[in-house]
Design a protein around this ligand. Structure first.
Ligand code: UTP
Length: 302
C-alpha cells in the first residue's frame, strides 16, 4: 500500500454547545494555550508526514483559511511571523471545500471523496488535538498499523469511565494486543449497561476509499445527521477489516467540543506551554487559593 499523505479535517460544524463563544467564529480557531486547536491538528498531521490537508469548512469559518494562509498580512521580518508556530506546517498544502449544510460528520467526510481519489486518507477532527511527547505519536502508530494490517479502517480509541460511554461511539474489540485490536462492532452512544467495552472512538481515523461508498449509501440517523460510526459499523458487518489503536497512557485528547472540555483543554495546554507554563502554574495556584480563602493574596493585585 502507498504511503498515506492526505487528510480530511472536518471543521464545518456549528459548535452550538459553545454558543455564544462560537456564534460567529469557528470553534476550531479557539486557542489551546497559544495556538488555535486546528493548528495543533495540522501540526500533528505534518509530524506524521501527512502534508496534503483538506479542511471541510462552512458558514463563519473563513478565519481558518486566513490562519493557514502563509502571507496573512505578516512580513517575514515581523516578530510575530517568527514566533508563529505556522512554521511547523509550512511544508503542508491546505485545500478547502465547503459543506454548505452541516449534516453530520459522515457528510463532512463525504465532501472529501474526490480529494481522496483512490488513496487511503486520515480523518482528523478539527476541534480536537491529541497531545503527548511519546514517539511515535498516536497518528504515526495508526498509520503503521493500518498499512501492516491492510485494514479498510483504523480508528483511535481511548478509555472512558462508565458514566461517559453514552457520549461516544464505543468499540467491541476481538484479537486484542496492547497496541492494536480488531473490531467486531461499534455501538453509538450506549449507556454503561449496553457498552461492549470502555473504549471510545477518539477523533482520529484512517480510511480506504471504500468508506465513501458506505457514506453515500448511509441514511441520516440520530438528529438527521449522517453518522460516520454507522459507516464503520456497516463496514465491519460486511466483513471488512477494521482495527483500533489505543491512546498511550501518557497521551491526552484535548477537545474543545463543550465548555467543560474546552476549559480543561485550555488550562492543560497553557500549563504545559514551554514558554508560559511555569508562570501560569504559579498564577493558577495563587488564584485558586485566593478564591477558596479571600485572606490569601489575590495574584492580580501583586
Ligand atoms: P461535533 O459534532 O463535535 O461538532 O463535530 P458540532 O456539530 O459543531 O457540535 P455542536 O453539537 O453544534 O456543538 C466534531 C467535528 O466535526 C465537524 C465539527 O466542525 C468538528 O470539528 N463537523 C461536524 C463537520 O465538519 N460537519 C458537521 O456536519 C458536523
Amino acid at each position: 500500500m502507498k504511503r498515506i499523505v492526505k487528510a480530511i479535517v472536518p471543521a464545518a460544524g456549528l459548535g452550538t454547545r459553545l454558543y455564544p463563544a462560537t456564534k460567529s467564529q469557528p470553534k476550531e480557531m479557539l486557542p489551546l494555550g497559544t495556538k488555535p486547536v486546528i493548528q495543533m491538528v495540522a501540526e500533528e498531521l505534518t509530524h506524521s508526514d501527512v502534508t496534503e490537508i483538506l479542511i471541510i469548512t462552512g458558514q463563519n469559518k473563513r478565519a481558518i483559511e486566513d490562519h493557514f494562509d502563509p502571507q496573512n498580512g505578516l512580513r517575514p521580518s515581523d516578530k510575530a511571523a517568527h514566533r508563529s508556530e505556522l512554521f511547523h506546517t509550512k511544508f503542508a498544502r491546505f485545500y478547502y471545500v465547503r459543506q454548505s449544510t452541516p449534516k453530520g460528520l459522515g457528510d463532512a467526510v463525504l465532501q472529501g471523496a474526490s480529494f481522496a481519489g483512490d488513496e487511503h486518507v486520515v480523518v482528523a477532527l478539527g476541534d480536537c488535538a491529541i497531545v503527548g511527547k511519546r514517539e511515535p505519536h498516536l497518528l504515526a502508530r495508526m498509520i503503521e498499523s493500518h498499512l501492516q494490517t491492510g485494514a479498510q479502517a483504523t480508528v483511535a480509541v481511548q478509555k472512558v469511565s462508565p458514566a461517559k460511554t453514552s457520549q461516544y461511539g464505543i468499540v467491541e474489540p476481538v484479537e486484542q494486543t496492547e497496541t492494536v485490536m480488531r473490531l467486531r462492532d461499534v455501538v453509538e452512544k450506549p449507556g454503561p449497561q449496553l457498552a461492549p467495552s470502555n473504549l471510545a472512538i477518539c477523533a482520529r481515523y484512517i480510511f480506504s476509499p471504500l468508506v465513501f461508498d458506505y457514506l453515500k449509501r448511509g441514511k441520516p440517523g440520530v438528529g438527521g445527521e449522517i453518522q460516520l460510526t454507522d459507516a464503520i459499523r456497516a463496514m465491519i458487518r460486511d466483513g471488512h477489516a477494521v482495527y483500533a489503536v489505543p491512546l498511550a497512557e501518557d497521551e491526552r485528547r484535548l477537545d474543545v467540543g463543550n465548555f467543560d472540555s474546552y476549559g480543561r483543554a485550555f488550562v492543560r495546554a497553557l500549563l504545559e506551554d514551554e514558554e508560559y507554563g511555569e508562570g501560569f502554574a504559579h498564577y493558577v495556584q495563587a488564584l485558586a487559593a485566593h478564591l477558596r480563602d479571600p485572606a490569601s493574596p489575590d495574584p492580580d493585585l501583586q
